[in-house]
Write a protein that binds this ligand. Structure first.
Ligand SMILES: [Zn+2]
Ligand SMILES: [Zn+2]
Length: 301
């Protein structure tokens, strides 16, 4: 089985568009697609300083690798969640990935910053819920305090399609108006972009392997991703029968997104009295769950 463009042996069979590609031509295809995504959705400008939150997994590592290769000014941040062996392993992968990429890596450790790891806090909120609040707060504030213009995350096509699909299945449409490859910055919220928006999970795995990026495959021990995985399986089965289902679903969604935007009726944000970051009530949700009376500083010394 030969590559569509040269005599080399095929490395991957793409389903949509249908073609066989060798390793070199697949790498080229993947990077061109990221570049086109950035251009199509106007995600980044060439001179912007970009922060990539490196988890130790494949998606964020591939995002950093490609953006660096495309010539962007990137630095990476790893948030060590303080979840025993899982977090130690994740940090080790993040370090190795950044060495390979040749990117500067900053590390914030939740235990050092807040006195406890994720999973040890006494709160009524589910673990994944306050973990999400914690991560989003830290990477946004880190980016804001250190002058980054954008935060790039590793969400791929499968993540986006399954998220939107499951929200529609439950008619949980409140957040859909805010979904998309670009979330513009506003006030103390730094712009967020998703350069892998049009690439499938399978393509991301093959790319990581092709360029020699190693990554953690274990799920977080607190993960309750079971339903997401089920939705991904259903969507993969549909994609198998009708190639292009996922990308067409997401493109259709972007065309109809305005229908959901009307549903957003949020109270205007004030400032957290503890940390000064945007907040819905007196305190932001981060300072509330962690019971903070003093702001945490994330400025690079
Ligand atoms: Zn080839
Ligand atoms: Zn706060």
């Amino acid at each position: 089985m030969r590559c569509k463009f040269c005599e080399s042996e095929a490395y991957i069979r793409l389903h949509y568009p249908k073609m066989l590609l060798c390793r070199e031509h697949f790498i080229e295809y993947f990077e061109r697609k990221v570049k086109r995504t950035i251009e199509r959705y106007k995600l980044l400008k060439p001179d912007e300083k970009i922060l990539i939150v490196i988890s130790g997994g494949k998606d964020s590592a591939v995002t950093a690798y490609v953006l660096k290769k495309l010539g962007y000014n990137i630095e990476c941040l790893h948030i060590n969640l303080g979840i025993g062996k899982y977090s130690e392993e994740s940090e080790a992968y993040a370090k190795r990935q950044c060495e390979l990429i040749g990117a500067k890596l900053h590390i914030v450790r939740v235990r050092e910053l807040l006195g406890a790891g994720i999973g040890e806090l006494k709160t009524r909120r589910p673990t994944c819920s306050y973990c999400g609040i914690t991560k989003r707060y830290i990477f946004n504030k880190f980016a804001y305090e250190n002058g980054f213009d954008a935060i790039a995350t590793g969400h791929n096509l499968d993540d986006e399609v399954s998220f939107i699909f499951s929200n529609i299945m439950h008619w949980n449409t409140d957040y859909l108006g805010k979904q998309g490859p670009l979330l513009p910055g506003e006030g103390k919220f730094v712009k967020k972009v998703k350069p892998l928006y049009e690439l499938t999970e399978r393509e991301v795995v093959y790319y990581a392997l092709a360029v020699g990026l190693e990554y953690i495959v274990h799920e977080c021990p607190h993960a309750r991703g079971a339903t997401t995985i089920e939705y991904k399986e259903i969507l993969n089965a549909m994609e198998e029968k009708k190639p292009g289902t996922k990308i067409n679903f997401i493109k259709g969604f972007l065309r109809k997104k305005h229908l959901f935007e009307r549903e957003l009726k949020e109270a205007p944000l004030g400032e957290c009295k503890v940390c000064g970051m945007p907040a819905q009530g007196e305190k932001c949700s981060f300072c509330r769950v962690w019971g903070l009376e003093e702001a945490v500083g994330l400025k690079i010394k």
